[in-house]
Design a protein around this ligand. Structure first.
Ligand code: TYD
Ligand code: MG
Length: 443
């Protein structure tokens, strides 16, 4: 042993026995660490001396994933990536591996669900396959943990944890006992050899959070990937994050050759359409411009209300306010609303855009595409300020909004390049849209 003597008070090690510990200055505290007395075999280090360099592995090249993780993967950490079947977990996990290996890391993919040929086919679809990436088809837990210890990869992906099992443990693969045991064993192995571990986990629509909840405290980070398989949009969310903020959102699109960062909408000047009004949705740390689209047509039979990516309760409330407070009556019509691109917009800050899109569709009044509305609508038809109003206003201007309707009560200044129109009620906002010489209309 290099420093066989250890201080029983502060844990400092010394090459020779000395009467006084060089670490804490205490007398007669050094003992030979082989004596195993008073916890002497346990090494204690000054916190300030612990080496933290090289903790972060660096970016994966998939900016939206790195953003959700606050910069990228960390050595010795474990990340659970979960989502419904087919949403793109294997694709994302493989892209993270490819991205790190292209930057010189050594990667290991433990494929527990798919054959090597299937994995290779997906990898080729995603682009060049770097030499530093190894793959093994394996579903035995002990074998996988052993392999991580022996090969010490920089990054290791286990796809999926749900398919791994330990023969010594009762319970089928995917049972809570197996999942917990697997997460524990694999993250321990990764921690020992400073590998960044990504565990892929399945959830079903009904069993949604049962699996991830049971595992949450066993891993450092939990990332959920969501999205409608029919469309390209995929949303990443850090549900838990030991090394950074949670609530961070990443937006990706699943294309023919993998996941790419979603291009955020840019509002175009000059265009005008009825039934389309932009707003800004705020989801945790991120503010996003989203175009709300509405279609109002006479109904045959019972009127239908169809809301995609916006809350149907909010829509019902806004239709009632439009009728009772603003004289915009849709009760005999079918109303369809959705967001362009399928971006979810469920926070009340989107109310004004949603209500104005419906009013514009119902009245047949076109609105310029670079007009954007912010505010929550109250039952009296008043427009209320929303959280993060200033940040939403700036995001709106950055994305090309030239005219921004804001609640009178909101304390915010006009950003560069955009004009603010202050409105106290939804009725005033509609009047601003429909008045003959309004700047909000197409001329
Ligand atoms: P996958 O990553 O296998 O999903 P999961 O592991 O969550 O079950 O991918 C799901 C779907 O994505 C699959 O139907 C094929 C499609 N896909 C693309 O559209 N583009 C691609 O580049 C890849 C690799 C897959
Ligand atoms: Mg998969």
């Amino acid at each position: 042993m290099k420093n066989p003597h250890v201080c029983t008070r502060c844990g400092s090690r010394a090459a020779r026995w000395e009467g006084r510990c060089a670490g804490c200055g205490e007398w007669n505290t050094l003992v030979a660490s082989t004596s195993r007395s008073a916890g002497a075999s346990v090494s204690v280090t000054r916190l300030a001396d612990v080496d933290v360099s090289g903790f972060a592995l660096g970016p994966t090249g998939l900016g939206e994933f790195d953003r959700v993780l606050g910069g990228g993967l960390a050595r010795g950490s474990s990340t659970l990536l979960f989502g419904e079947p087919g949403v793109g977990k294997s694709t994302l996990a493989l892209m993270v591996l490819l991205g790190r290996c292209a930057r010189g890391d050594r990667g290991l993919l433990v494929a527990a669900e798919e054959s090597l040929a299937q994995v290779a086919r997906r990898a080729r679809r995603l682009g060049a396959v770097p030499a530093g990436l190894d793959v093994v088809a394996l579903s035995d837990l002990a074998g996988a943990a052993e392999m991580v210890r022996a090969r010490r990869p920089d990054v290791v992906v286990v796809d999926s944890l749900s398919a791994m099992s330990d023969a010594n443990l009762t319970g089928t693969p995917g049972s809570v006992a197996q999942l917990r045991h697997g997460a524990e064993r694999l993250s321990q192995a990764a921690r020992e050899v400073a590998s960044a571990l990504v565990l892929v986990g399945h959830v079903t629509k009904d069993g949604d959070l049962a699996g991830p909840r049971a595992l949450e405290h066993l891993v450092d980070t939990v990332v959920r990937i969501e999205g409608d398989r029919q469309g390209p949009l995929r949303i990443l969310r850090a549900v838990k994050h030991r090394f950074g903020p949670t609530g961070e959102v990443g937006l990706l699109e699943m294309l023919g050759d993998g996941l790419v960062e979603m291009a955020e909408p840019v509002l175009r000047a000059g265009d005008a359409t009825s039934g389309v009004v932009a707003g800004v949705t705020s989801d945790g740390a991120r503010n996003l411009v989203v175009e709300v689209q509405a279609l109002v047509v006479g109904s045959v039979g019972a009127p239908r209300r169809v809301a995609h990516q916006v809350s149907s309760q909010r829509l019902a409330l806004l239709l009632a306010v439009l009728e009772a407070r603003c004289g915009v009556v849709c009760s005999g019509s079918d109303v369809f609303v959705a967001t362009a691109g399928g971006l979810p917009a469920t926070d009340p800050g989107i109310d004004a855009a949603l209500a104005l899109a419906v009013a514009s569709a119902s009245l047949g009044v076109p609105v310029r595409r670079d007009v954007l509305a912010l505010g929550e609508v109250g039952l009296a038809g008043e427009l209320r300020a929303v959280p993060a109003l200033e940040r939403r206003v700036h995001e709106a201007a950055r994305r090309g909004a030239a005219t921004i309707l804001v609640p009178t009560e909101g304390d915010v200044e006009a950003p560069e390049g955009a004009q603010l129109v202050r409105v106290g009620t939804l009725g005033e906002a509609i009047a601003a849209l429909t008045s003959q010489n309004s700047a909000l209309l197409v001329h």
